[in-house]
Write a protein that binds this ligand. Structure first.
Ligand code: HEM
Length: 226
């Protein structure tokens, strides 16, 4: 679980950095999407997607197994009362709720892919001419989605849960890989918290800014023109 989780953390960091090109404008973002699509004669994206699919499959399978084992075999009757484990306990809402934040992120991913990546299969999308060729205006799809308050609301809620999942998941990944000891654990816990906060703010910043400044983003050149 640790390794597959960290693969996805790496993807999330790269995805956020790429998505920040939305702030630059339509051509920059669409050009970046096209670059990824055509990398390695179009093969690289399929390899990356297959790797992501396998790793998330393993991660979800293990996560559900751990949750079920925790509930049944280890503790058939369950605790009457749950609380702080005492001392510098790391038990809290984030660690206790991993299965629920995880399942919510999984549902979000399905919704996210249907409405962004496969938007062209489920409704009308505009095309965009780049280097003399027609492509889906992915920038336009994102800006149109983030002009709707309910959409931004869903993203805000899910990104907060995503942050909670990362806060506990990142340091415990290092622990389950056997990379931590008494000295390095507090450092890993703080680094995980910092990473979770940065990724949450980054992913939240995009929908909120695009919603608040939709006219600027919807203009032909798009982007954040201050
Ligand atoms: C502000 C938030 C986000 C924006 C604007 C955004 C934008 C996008 C866009 C435009 C695509 C389609 C790319 C393409 O078709 O080439 C995409 C795909 C994807 N997004 Fe996001 N995303 C966001 C958050 C997230 C989060 C939090 C995750 C989970 C880690 C995520 C995971 C994915 C995945 C797995 C794909 C498919 C990648 C592929 O198959 O190439 N996204 N996203």
């Amino acid at each position: 679980m640790g390794f597959t989780g960290l693969v996805w953390v790496g993807f999330a960091i790269g995805h956020l950095i790429g998505n920040l090109l939305l702030l630059v404008g339509r051509e920059a973002f669409n050009g970046y999407a096209l670059f990824l699509e055509t990398l390695g004669h179009g093969a690289a994206i399929y390899v990356a997607e297959a790797f992501l699919l396998v790793t998330i499959g393993i991660h979800v399978w293990n996560g559900i197994s751990v949750a079920l084992v925790d509930k049944s075999a280890a503790r058939p009757i369950g605790y009457q009362v749950t609380g702080n484990a005492g001392g510098r306990s790391r038990k809290g809402a984030a660690s206790q709720g991993m299965i629920w934040t995880g399942l919510t992120i999984l549902a979000f991913l399905v919704f996210h892919l249907i409405t962004f990546k496969f938007a062209y299969l489920f409704g009308h999308v505009e095309n965009y001419t780049l280097n003399g060729e027609e492509h889906v205006d992915l920038y336009g799809v994102v800006v149109e989605r983030f002009s709707q308050a309910w959409y931004v609301g869903i993203y805000t809620a899910v990104m907060l849960l995503f942050g909670m999942h990362l806060k506990h998941g990142v340091w415990s990944a290092f622990q389950s890989l056997g990379l931590l000891n008494k000295k390095t654990t507090p450092l890993a816990v703080n680094a995980a918290l910092a990473l979770a906060v940065l990724l949450t703010i980054g992913f939240l910043f995009l929908p909120v800014t695009i919603f608040a400044m939709n006219e600027s983003f919807a203009a032909p050149a798009g982007g954040l023109h201050l």
